[in-house]
Design a protein around this ligand. Structure first.
Ligand SMILES: NC(=O)c1ccc[n+]([C@@H]2O[C@H](COP(=O)([O-])OP(=O)(O)OC[C@H]3O[C@@H](n4cnc5c(N)ncnc54)[C@H](O)[C@@H]3O)[C@@H](O)[C@H]2O)c1
Length: 370
């Protein structure tokens, strides 16, 4: 078992990473909270395969555990679902001090985290993430949120939320064996992002172990999770409320959000991030922050991990630029971008000329497009 400690002014907590740990999750949780009532908010797909194991281990440790199933869809990461979860918690007689467990990917983690942050002004939260993205990213750092549907029907992502640090994060890499390969690779894009921001050695590790990683060799995957999560931990410890450095975690994301706004591209978030990492690298080369060899090594790594490095079809550059400007990372009218600096470092830049951004979009468009 590996343990990472997160020191937060609000609440320090441990992240335990261990294969098959679900079997003894109840015993681990009983070390931080006395056995009592608890609510398990669980992803419906995960309930089938892993839910009962966690429930049994909680019962064996003396917890009175109740369950609330959630279908993992962005439209369900909503105030309506939060309301249903509050109601289930009231019915189950949860009280201040009762624990909320979130078993699933980032959707369940964000929603259950938001409910834990607000039920009776806050109850302890334990994240048990089951996607790679949630293991190395969403479960760490205390951001919780639900999406909001505007009166005109438009969905605003993560509009309503709170910072609420978990009491514990329990990561069982073996749960990834049931995650589909496409979702798993999306998590790999976030691991590459972390490595580009802070750990050139992790880029080498990813490259050297790409076959074992794609084959979900759990020993290698556990090391990847440990190293990638450690990067997020270090950043959120230094900047819990995203006043500065935490924004670096958005590397590739301004491009990704623009890509995702074209729903017909049928692209997952991690895939859009992968393309965004390439676009940001092109800009870094243009700005002299990276050399061609470094950029190409990033592109080759993403390709080796079976991630896209170009848009699946041509999209007018003007439309992409427009979508980018709608993204929230615009500081006083100037587009703020996170750019890689060499390998293993990144910085925030807000003075990239439009032509360079256009060229970056061109570079990630299909060959011969536009
Ligand atoms: N709080 C944060 O800091 C933070 C950071 C990044 C992303 N997020 C949020 O995370 C969400 C995306 O999360 P995600 O990528 O983990 O996806 P997700 O929660 O949508 O899960 C993806 C799919 O995988 C399934 N699944 C999950 N674990 C599984 C398993 N072990 N086996 C089989 N199927 C499994 C789910 O049912 C779902 O169909 C977004 O809403 C995003 O806003 C939050």
């Amino acid at each position: 078992m590996a343990t990472l400690r997160v020191n937060s002014p609000a609440n320090s907590y441990s992240i335990h990473i261990e294969c098959k740990m679900l079997l003894r999750a109840g015993a681990l949780i009983s070390q931080i909270a006395k056995p009592q009532r608890a609510m398990l908010a669980v992803d419906r797909n995960v309930y089938q395969t892993h839910g009962q194991i966690l429930i049994n281990s909680m019962r064996d440790a003396g917890f009175d555990i109740h369950t609330f199933e959630i279908e993992a869809a962005e439209t369900n990461k909503s105030l309506d679902t939060a309301r249903s979860l509050y109601a289930a918690m009231l019915d189950s007689k949860l009280e201040r001090g009762s624990i909320v467990l979130a078993l699933g990917g980032g959707i369940v983690g964000d929603l259950a985290g938001f409910v834990a942050a607000t039920f009776m002004r806050g109850v302890p939260l334990v994240h048990v993430p089951t996607t790679l993205l949630a293991m190395v990213d969403a479960s760490i750092g205390g951001k919780t949120a639900v999406n909001f549907t505007k009166p005109d029907g438009g969905l605003v992502k993560n509009l309503v939320g709170a910072f609420w640090q978990p009491a514990h994060v329990l990561i069982d890499p073996a749960t990834l064996l049931t995650l589909n390969d496409r979702q798993y690779r999306c998590g790999l894009a976030e691991c590459v992002k972390h490595a580009m921001i802070a750990d050139a050695g992790l880029l080498e590790f990813l490259s050297e172990n790409r076959r074992a990683i794609l084959a979900k060799d759990l020993g290698v995957v556990q090391t990847l999770i440990e190293r990638s999560a450690a990067i997020k931990v270090a950043i959120v410890e230094r900047d819990e409320h995203e006043q500065g450095e935490r924004a670096l975690l958005n590397l590739g994301h301004t491009f990704a959000h623009a890509i995702e706004s074209f729903a017909d591209l049928d692209i997952h978030h991690g895939e859009a991030v992968s393309i965004g990492l390439v676009a940001a690298s092109h800009i870094s080369v243009a700005r002299g922050l990276m050399n061609n060899i470094q950029r190409d090594s990033v592109i080759n790594l993403l390709i080796a991990l079976d991630l896209p490095t170009r848009l699946p079809r041509a999209v007018p550059i003007a439309a992409l630029l427009q979508a980018m400007r709608h993204d929230k990372k615009i500081a006083s009218g100037r587009l703020r971008l996170i750019l890689p600096v060499g390998l293993g470092s990144a910085r925030i830049v807000d003075d990239v000329p439009n032509e360079i951004i256009e060229q970056a979009w061109q570079s990630v468009s299909p060959p011969h497009a536009n």
